[in-house]
Each structure stands twice: as C-alpha cells, then as structure tokens.
Write a protein that binds this ligand. Structure first.
Ligand SMILES: NC(=O)C1=CN([C@@H]2O[C@H](COP(=O)(O)OP(=O)(O)OC[C@H]3O[C@@H](n4cnc5c(N)ncnc54)[C@H](O)[C@@H]3O)[C@@H](O)[C@H]2O)C=CC1
Ligand SMILES: O=C([O-])CC(=O)C(=O)O
Length: 351
C-alpha cells in the first residue's frame, strides 16, 4: 500500500514540471515508468563538480546513457558511478580522441570543464584558461551532437556562453533555444538564504534570479519571492541580495585555495539538466532561470526565467514587476555584463 502510494507520487513528480523539489528528485530514482531514451554527456566529469554531478545524473531515471568525459581520470569515475543500481548505462571517455564518441547521440551536454577560482580571484580571472577550453569543447559539440542542449557551467559564464554561441554560429549549428548558462546555483542560494532569514519552509520558496553569474550581475528578485514574508526590512533584503551575489566567493574563501563550490553546484547542475530533460520529454510548465540569448533587455544574453520544452527554450519570460532597489540593481549590472559578453564575442572572433 505504502509502496504503491510512493510510486504514484514518484510518477506525478516525473510528469510535473516542479523540477526544483529535492525530495522528488531523489525519490525518482526508484521509478521504472517508461520514458524516452536520453543520452547525457558530462565534459569535465572527473572534476570537483563533475564527479558528484555524474552521480546525480546516474540516479536520474530520465537518463538512459551517461557519457563521462575528461582529459584525465574518467575510467575510475565511470567504473565507480556505474555500480550504482539505476537504469542508465555509464561509459567513461578520456582524452581528445575519445571526445567524439562521448558526444555522439547526446541529447544534453553539461560542461563543468575548466579551472576554478582561488581566494582573491574574480570569475573573469579564469577567462584566459577557460575560454579556450569551452571553445574547443563547443567545436566538438557542433561536429558530433549539433542538436544537443548545451548547459555551460564553466566560468566566467557571462563570457563563456557568448563564446559558445559564436562557435556554433561559425559552425552553422547555432540554435539559441539550445544554449544555456547554468545560473541555478544563484537560485538555490537565494532560496536557502531567504528561507533561513524569513523563517519559511525552504522547500516552498521560489525566488527568480536574473542578470548574469558574477558579483553584481547576479540580481535576485526578492520582491517576487513566494511565499511572501512581510517581516523582512529593506536592510534585510539588501543583505540577502549581497549574500546571494557573493555566495560563490563565500565558498571560495571557506575552501581556502582548494577550489570553489562543487557539491552545491553539482546539485544545481543536476536540477537544471533534469529540467532540460523534462522539457525535451514534453513535460508541461518546466520553468527555470537560465542565462540565454535574450531580448527582454537591450543585452544580447541575459538570465531570466525560461520555459523549457521539446526544443529547449520555449519562451524567455519577462522580468515582471521590480522594486526600486531591483530596478537600480538592473541598471548597475548592465555595463559589467555587456563588457563580459563583448569580451567573449571578441575572443571567439579572434581565436
Ligand atoms: N556556473 C556556476 O554556477 C559555477 C561554475 N563553476 C565553474 O565550474 C568549473 C569547474 O569547476 P570544478 O569542477 O570545481 O573544477 P575542477 O578543477 O575540480 O574540475 C575541472 C575538470 O575539468 C577538466 N578539464 C580541464 N580541461 C578540460 C578539457 N579540455 N576537456 C574536458 N575536461 C577538462 C579537468 O581535468 C577537471 O577534471 C570552473 O570554471 C568553475 O569556476 C563552479 C561553481 C559554480
Ligand atoms: O564562485 C565561483 O568561482 C564559482 C561559482 O561560480 C559559484 O560558486 O557561484
């Protein structure tokens, strides 16, 4: 009796677009309902994010094939993850000559490849190394799985997504509906910090986070939070905004030279990839924030809520009503975000 109730709730979670519920996400690993075959490839799978993300994708029942690629270390990660008794088949790929095989037939490619920050660095300080890594991986994506949805995690996301777009344009495969910068961790943080401050159940909290993914370009819209709390002052909202903007730095400093967020990022990346898979599978009303090609502001790339569907982005949703504080934050972020976008485009054009 209890088992059949559990299966019913698992099945309804599979159908529903509420991809952000952690309990649904974990319970679904016991589900055997038939869903389309889907291949997910992780590029950078042996890294700090890549390993836990590989595990989380292994327990996602929407995944039938999981390809784990890195320049080193993937045989061990793949062997380890492959012993988890869930339905997906796992294969490890190592080195550039195996990249094509890792990508072939992929529906969703997740890119956490690249170097992370150390204390004192900005995300933009990673540009010189990560821009080239993302570029070369995107050249391979254009060749081997041009129709895949691409989830870019590698920083600086504000620039690496425009780089990916330029690579795909050059290859003639660009589809703006299929390219995403993963900003889910900003949403995850905003929800966590807000729930703790407002003393509301964290699982019920929703906060859109718009703009980009670095410092002041991260703009949480706490005025649109649900459930609404009336016990927070303007100062509280400003402090929550700042903490969300500095969330990455908080982790970088706490790790004291041993990298940046990996576990919470793997969780966030798994939520976003799950939302992409649900959209591909035709689940209605799947909405997540993501950094995409956009016309909701004058900036060519912008993060906002997007509705995901069978072809990727179905609709880029508008910003909704903003408080005066958020309007000010929006204007302040535009010059930095514009410069990061231009830097990415210029790099792709020159290299
Ligand atoms: N979008 C977001 O919210 C977040 C983004 N990040 C970013 O994610 C990236 C990865 O972070 P970590 O996993 O902590 O770093 P890490 O150094 O632990 O792992 C990176 C992995 O990428 C691999 N790699 C390097 N070049 C590669 C290539 N050409 N092809 C395939 N794999 C390659 C490395 O071998 C390594 O295993 C960083 O750029 C970091 O800033 C981190 C946290 C949050
Ligand atoms: O802060 C970093 O370098 C990693 C990152 O993007 C985040 O944790 O949001």
């Amino acid at each position: 009796m209890r088992a059949s109730m559990a299966m019913r709730s698992v099945r309804s979670a599979l159908r529903s677009g509420s991809s952000s519920s952690p309990s649904h996400f974990l319970r679904r690993c016991y589900c055997s309902e038939s869903v389309p075959e889907r291949k997910v490839t992780i590029l950078g799978a042996a890294g700090g994010i890549g390993q836990p993300l590989s595990l989380l994708m292994k327990i996602n029942p929407l995944v039938s094939n999981l390809a784990l690629y890195d320049i080193a270390g993937t045989p061990g990660v793949a062997a380890d993850v492959s012993h988890v008794n869930t339905i997906s088949q796992v294969a490890g790929f190592m080195g550039e000559d195996q990249l094509g095989k890792a990508l072939e037939g992929s529906d969703v490619v997740i890119i956490p490849a690249g170097v992370p920050r150390k204390p004192g660095m900005t995300r933009d300080d990673l540009f010189n190394i990560n821009a080239g890594i993302v570029k070369s991986l995107c050249i391979a994506i254009a060749k081997y799985c041009p129709n895949a949805l691409v989830n870019v995690i590698s920083n600086p996301v504000n620039s690496t997504v425009p780089i990916a777009a330029e690579v795909f344009k050059k290859a003639g495969t660009f589809d703006e509906k299929k390219l995403f910068g993963v900003t889910t961790l900003d949403v995850v943080r905003a929800k966590t910090f807000y729930a703790a401050k407002a003393k509301v159940p964290v699982a019920e909290v929703n906060v859109p986070v718009v703009g980009g993914h670095a410092g002041i370009t991260i703009l949480p819209l706490f005025s649109q939070t649900t459930p609404k709390s009336n016990n927070l002052s303007d100062e509280d909202i400003q402090a929550l905004t700042k903490r969300t903007q500095d969330g990455g730095t908080e982790v970088v400093e706490a790790k004291a030279g041993k990298g940046s967020a990996t576990l919470s990022m793997a969780y966030a990346g798994a939520i976003f990839a799950d939302a992409c898979l649900k959209g591909l599978n035709g689940v209605p009303d799947v909405v997540e924030c993501s950094y995409v090609q956009s016309s909701i502001t004058e900036l060519p790339f912008f993060s906002s809520k997007v509705r995901l569907g069978k072809n990727g982005v179905e609709e880029v949703l508008g910003l909704g009503p903003l408080s005066d504080y958020e309007k000010e934050g929006l204007e302040k972020l535009k010059p930095e975000l514009t410069a990061s976008i231009e830097k990415g485009i210029k790099f792709a054009a020159q290299s």
